[in-house]
Every structure is written in C-alpha cells, then in structure tokens.
Design a protein around this ligand. Structure first.
Ligand SMILES: Cc1ncc(C[n+]2csc(CCOP(=O)(O)OP(=O)(O)O)c2C)c(N)n1
Length: 330
C-alpha cells in the first residue's frame, strides 16, 4: 500500500482529542450508572484504553462508508458522530435512544450514520460486514466497510468464512483487529497460534495492513486511511492495532489483579495522554484549549445523562414495532 503521510492539522488533532475525552467520560459515567442500576443488562463492555484506535480509524472514513463492530461499541458509535444524548438514552433503554431503547449497550445502531452495531456473538458481525461490502461491490459503489473485531474473534469460523469470501470476491472491507491481548481473561498467546493476527492475511491472499500502535491516534488514522483507500480500489485488507483494555471484560468482571503491572505500563501510554503530549509539543499555548475541551465534554456528558434520565420508557406499542414486517393486508 502506498503510504502518503499528510501532516495532521491542529483542528483535526484537537477534535480527535475531544472525541477521545468524550468517550472516556461517557463510559466512566456509564460505569457509575450501571452500579446505580440505571443502566441494566447482563453486561456493559467499556472501550476505555482503546479510544485512539476507534477515533483514528473512523476518522479515515467517508460518511458514505460503513462501520460495524462487536459489543465494545459505545466508543466507536461516538467516534462515528452519534449524539451522546440518544446514545445515553439507549444505554438506559429509553424510547429516545438511538435504537428506540431496544438495543441497549451491545446492540446499538444508527442507519443515518452507517453504523451497523453492536453484536454480542463473538465474530457474528463478520459475515454481515462481508454482506454490506458485497452490496457495495455488486452495485459499483465506492463505499468501504470498516469492520472492528477482537483478536479473540479471529479464532472462530465466522472469521475464516468471512475473510475468505472477502478475498475471493475482492470485497471493499478493512478487517481491523483490535488486539488488546486478552479475550475475557485468556492471553492471546494461549488462544492463538499466530498472535500477530495481521500475518494471517497471507493465508487468505489479501493485503496485509500490518500491526500498528493502537494508542497513537495519528498513527491509526494514517495507517487506516491507507487501508481504506486500498480497499476502495482493490479489495480487502487485514490489519491489527495493538491496544489494551483498562477494565475487566465487562464492568461486572474483575479487573484481573495479576495484570496490575501490565496495566500500569499501558496507562503510561494512554491514548489521551499521547495525543495531549503531541499537541503540547507541536502547538504553542494549547493547554488552555485542552482545558476548555475537557470542561465542555463534562458538560456534554452531564446533559446527555439528564436527557436520558428524563426520557420516557418505550410503550408496549414501541416494543412490538419493527419486530415483524407487515404484509400488504396489514
Ligand atoms: C460465539 C461466542 N463464543 C463465546 C462468547 C463469550 N465471549 C464473549 S466476549 C469473549 C471474548 C472475545 O474476545 P475478543 O474478540 O478479543 O474481544 P474483546 O472482548 O477483547 O474486545 C467471549 C469468549 C460469545 N459471546 N460468543
């Protein structure tokens, strides 16, 4: 793939910083609301630690491109531009939620944003990504699908079937593995014969997009931009961003105390910190702008929580709508 390095402008970097702070703040509040039982459900999977991967990768897309992911989806939804208010309302199962309160944390989607969810079955969204990419190819569109998946998801059958089909049909899809080194509590070396997942590209005869630093939003943006443009013209790319999840698998899971040292080291390379340091080193007097962003994001999340708390629950009619398609006779 041709690598054209474009120096990222200050405005873009500030906006990515803002998005990452928004994701962190939004999810910290979700964690609290879950403990208060205002967000319910068996699981709540936080994206904390992965922010640079989601923000940098989604920034590489056109509006007409598509995004799909698994259950660790709130951060990617925010990066795709979904308003925090209907997103928070969705978390609480409210009628004003982005999916009418029927999706919740793991199954939120927004057609308007070409953000297709949100799936709980590990790897289950990969065939859907291939299907969306097939529609684009079949109808001679230029749209690309960015499919996020965990390294754990690269070990089941969905992965093999979908990546193979993307190869034989030259589908415009970027398979972006967020390798956070653990699937639930299982280290990648224990579950995966080739722990550098991107190297599997050769087995499918597709482009290897390499392994990138998932903590650095600029590096992610540049590498994923190359991959997206390659996919648009030629076909699939498999690549991998190395990152780390700060919390347990879900908020009810323990945070694996045996990983304390590893966790500390990753916090030292926190994606928000990395972006902050880059901004400060590159632009004079940017600290006051960063403070303003931090404060504005807190207000935005407060307003989202207030909106969600004051929103109504779905009615019975809401709950049974969009379940079955009505035929012409009603
Ligand atoms: C088909 C299937 N098998 C098992 C599970 C249980 N499960 C949920 S998440 C998970 C680990 C997946 O790890 P990975 O794909 O690396 O994503 P991460 O949670 O690290 O983001 C497992 C085994 C499931 N939801 N679906």
């Amino acid at each position: 793939m041709a690598t054209e390095k474009v120096r990222v402008k200050k405005e873009a970097l500030l906006d990515w910083y803002r998005q990452m702070v928004l994701i962190r703040e939004f999810e910290n509040r979700c964690d609290e609301l879950y403990k208060e039982k205002k967000i319910t459900g068996v699981y709540l999977h936080l994206y904390s630690g992965h922010e640079a991967t989601g923000v940098g990768a989604v920034a590489a897309l056109r509006d007409s491109d598509h995004v799909i992911t698994a259950y660790r989806d709130h951060g990617i939804a925010l990066a795709r531009g979904i308003d925090p208010k209907p997103l928070m309302a969705e978390m609480m199962g409210k009628r004003t939620g982005v999916s009418g309160g029927k999706g919740g944390s793991m199954h939120l989607a927004s057609r308007e944003h070409n953000f297709w969810g949100g799936y709980a079955i590990v790897g289950g969204h990969l065939p859907l990504a291939a299907g969306i990419a097939l529609e684009s190819r079949y109808n001679d569109k230029e749209d690309v699908v960015l499919c996020f998946l965990g390294e754990g998801a690269s070990n089941n059958g969905y992965f093999h079937e979908s990546v193979n089909l993307s190869a034989v049909w030259d589908l415009p899809v970027v398979w972006l593995v967020e390798n956070n080194l653990y699937g639930m509590g299982t280290p990648v070396e224990v579950s995966t014969g080739q722990p550098e997942v991107h190297k599997r590209a050769i087995a499918y005869g597709i482009e290897d997009g390499g392994r990138i630093d998932g903590q650095n939003v600029v590096e992610v943006y540049e590498a994923v931009s190359d991959a997206i443009e390659y996919a648009r013209k030629n076909g699939p790319v498999l690549m991998e961003a190395l990152t780390f999840r700060y919390k347990g698998h879900g908020v009810s899971d323990r945070a694996y105390s045996e990983r304390a040292e590893e966790l500390e080291a990753w916090h030292g390379r926190d994606p928000i910190l990395v972006a902050r340091e880059l901004l400060i080193s590159r632009f004079k007097d940017v600290e006051s702008e960063l403070e303003k962003i931090d404060e504005a994001v807190k207000r935005e999340v407060d307003e989202a929580v207030e909106y969600a708390e004051n929103s109504p629950m779905p009615t019975y009619e809401d709950l049974i709508s969009n379940v079955y398609v009505e035929d012409d006779n009603g």
